[in-house]
Design a protein around this ligand. Structure first.
Ligand SMILES: [Zn+2]
Ligand SMILES: [Zn+2]
Length: 226
């Protein structure tokens, strides 16, 4: 996985005086970028909201853009752009091009590329080929795909939302759907979708999972869920 678990504190309104002066440059705008009270709020798409006493602006550090008049009209590298660079350099917000993702199972914050589809942290993510157990039936399955689609946004073959299926009631509607095939019915290899937390990891290594699969005795209990 290309994710990394991290948690960003809400940045302080005022920076400690020794913080990354080089990120702000020198001169009056640099001084204001370092010293003026600003509240910094990273958005899901990688942009950053900057609240100041003088107004609230949106900084797109990827494209060196800010919505404030100083930048939008005069084209200067404004104090908001500079402050966002300071916060990113200090590790208090995700760097440009990255954003904070929230795990659909545990709520942990994960930093990954803005367009990275996963909504699960490193601990809860599933790898294709991984052997898992259905908590409801004890059946053994092989993960085919960790989708980016929520359980309340994907339908089963008979038209029900996966989140509305009786046996899925105990799992989060917002969780991403994991596509898996029953180990006992590999010949037919029909995919079923499960809310992520319904599946239990058995081994983190898909290659080892495949070995276990080879020695697995087929079982007959395999109720369809998706
Ligand atoms: Zn600005
Ligand atoms: Zn998690």
């Amino acid at each position: 996985m290309s994710t990394q678990t991290a948690h960003f504190e809400q940045p302080a309104r005022r920076l400690p005086p020794e913080t990354h002066l080089s990120e702000a440059g020198t001169g009056e705008r640099a001084r204001r970028a370092r010293t003026e009270p600003m509240t910094i709020r990273p958005l899901r798409d990688g942009r950053v909201i900057v609240e100041t006493d003088g107004g609230t602006y949106v900084v797109d550090a990827d494209h060196d853009q800010c919505t404030c008049p100083d930048h939008a009209i005069r084209g200067t590298r404004c104090k908001h752009l500079r402050r966002v660079a300071i916060e990113a350099a200090a590790g208090r917000i995700p760097p440009a091009g990255m954003r904070q993702h929230v795990c659909g199972i545990c709520g942990a914050h994960t930093v990954a590329a803005v367009d990275h589809a996963t909504t699960l942290c490193e601990h809860h993510a599933f790898e294709p080929g991984e052997l898992v157990v259905d908590r409801e039936t004890g059946s053994l399955l092989i993960v085919v795909d960790q989708t980016a689609v929520r359980a309340d946004d994907r339908r089963t073959d008979d038209g029900r939302l996966i989140a509305d299926v009786e046996t899925n009631r105990n799992y989060g509607d917002h969780e991403p759907v994991i596509d898996a095939v029953y180990a006992s019915r590999l010949g037919r290899a029909k995919r079923y979708g499960f809310p992520a937390s319904r599946l239990r990891h058995t081994d983190r290594d898909p290659a080892r999972g495949q070995q276990l699969l080879a020695s697995h005795q087929p079982d007959q209990s395999a109720p369809a869920t998706g």
